[in-house]
Design a protein around this ligand. Structure first.
Ligand SMILES: [Zn+2]
Length: 257
């Protein structure tokens, strides 16, 4: 049970902030029952039936070298995305963005749930891409039939040219999308009054940097995660809980207290 006073404190910090960055990771989607790349790896004890580390099976080079094998594991991610839904945590974040027109969301998740929950696409940075719609690697055509492709033999092929389709996600050994990085760094330059980390344990530079810079410029930093993370030392406030349980309460305190 989280101390209700902590939730009010978090709400007070966010209420005062104009420019807010919410950073979300696997923990938020795990609350929807979704495995992540790493979580999916966990299903195989880190090794696929072919004896490969899951990071190798789900890599950019593997998609080129053996598309059927890579797609065997991509398809599991795709089915997981289609089989679950955004949760109350996603909805609370979308609500915060509606009330705070300078609130941005940076997510590591590829499930598209922020968009589905109503987050403003122009203030959403999906740094690892999103699973759907697929596109053709040969001709670039966009293909909206993910569900049908997942029920058919893999890899899915382009109806226009027969090329192999892929999701616009960042596979292992691939680079982050430049447009998303540009958007992020433009906003980091403009500065944030508050950064809220939700369900992420990652220590990538693009997560650490906004946290550290916001602190250095006198802003506040908050974290909601079931366990302490590498980011916890830099937080003004940590709430050790699942986002699904506490985020809706924090957000409603902001606007109703
Ligand atoms: Zn094509």
């Amino acid at each position: 049970m989280v101390d209700p006073q902590l939730l009010r404190q978090a709400a007070a910090m966010l209420r005062q902030a104009r420019r807010i960055l919410v950073i979300t990771g696997a923990g938020l989607s795990a609350d929807s029952g979704l495995p992540t790349y790493r979580g999916l790896g966990g299903l195989y004890n880190g090794v696929t039936a072919e004896g490969l580390p899951i990071e190798e099976a789900l890599s950019g080079p593997m998609l080129q070298q053996d598309p059927a094998l890579c797609w065997k594991y991509l398809a599991q991610l795709g089915r997981a995305c289609l089989g679950a839904q955004p949760n109350a945590g996603h909805a609370a974040i979308a609500r915060l963005q509606q009330e705070k027109p300078e609130c941005w969301v940076l997510t590591q998740n590829i499930d598209g749930y922020h968009r589905q929950a109503g987050s403003a696409p122009e203030r959403l940075i999906e740094i690892h891409g999103h699973f759907s719609p697929l596109y053709c690697q040969a001709c670039g055509a966009v293909d909206e039939n993910l569900e049908a492709h997942l029920a058919a033999p893999l890899p899915p092929l382009c109806s226009r040219c027969g090329g192999i389709l892929r999701p616009p996600v960042v596979l292992f050994e691939e680079r982050l999308p430049e447009a998303a990085l540009d958007d992020l760094y433009e906003q980091i330059e403009r500065g944030f009054d508050a950064v809220l980390c939700v369900g992420t344990t990652a220590s990538f530079p693009y997560i650490q940097e906004p946290v550290l810079r916001t602190r250095a410029s006198g802003g506040v930093t908050l974290e909601i995660n079931p366990e302490p993370t590498v980011l916890s030392a830099w937080m003004d406030l940590c709430i050790e809980a699942r986002a699904l349980d506490v985020l809706p309460k924090v957000i409603s305190h902001i606007f109703f207290d």
